[in-house]
Design a protein around this ligand. Structure first.
Ligand SMILES: [Zn+2]
Length: 171
């Protein structure tokens, strides 16, 4: 897998890194349109045991892409924070894509639960959205309608999405 990009690009024509209420975050430098690709997550590949050695808060820097496969995120992907009402999502496991029009200066978020299936990690959430779930947990714990929304948007990691066939009537 050729995920290792040497460029520690912290800004480009689309985004920049700045202080956020969650530490540092990724912000839109210009208006970004729904469907637009924002960045590709890059980093070395590590397994579950290596990922959990990354003590809080750095555990969030490992992006799960398989049952025990993680991308040990580099900047700038490492700085993308979570929201329970995200304006971006991950397609094809590593591509951050806008879910709606994002205005210049807005912070860019995805929902971490769309990447998590490990029965291990959880995090208190203070994202402030009206739908805030208060605790960020594995995808399987999301309310049914939220799971369905994310699956329909095709922004759930493939190794998780395959567990939810489109015809499934299970919850
Ligand atoms: Zn939240």
């Amino acid at each position: 897998m050729a995920l290792s990009a040497a460029s520690y690009l912290l800004t480009n024509e689309k985004f920049y890194i700045a202080n956020s209420k969650f530490g540092q975050g990724l912000f839109a430098k210009k208006d970004i349109r729904v469907g637009e690709n924002i960045l590709i997550f890059t980093g070395g590949i590590i397994d579950f045991d290596q990922a959990i050695l990354k003590a809080p808060p750095y555990e969030g820097d490992a992006l799960q892409i398989g049952k025990s496969i993680y991308v040990n995120l580099e900047p700038p992907g490492r700085f993308v924070n979570h929201s329970c009402d995200p304006n971006a999502g991950i397609k094809n496991d590593i591509e951050l894509v806008a879910l709606r029009n994002i205005k210049a200066g807005e912070e860019i978020y995805f929902d971490y639960s769309t990447t998590m299936d490990e029965d291990y990690w959880s995090l208190q959430c203070g994202c402030g959205s009206i739908n805030c779930r208060k605790v960020i947990k594995d995808f399987k714990h999301l309310p049914y309608h939220v799971k369905r929304k994310y699956l329909d948007l095709n922004i759930v990691q493939k190794f998780i999405a395959v567990q939810y066939p489109t015809t499934a009537k299970a919850k």
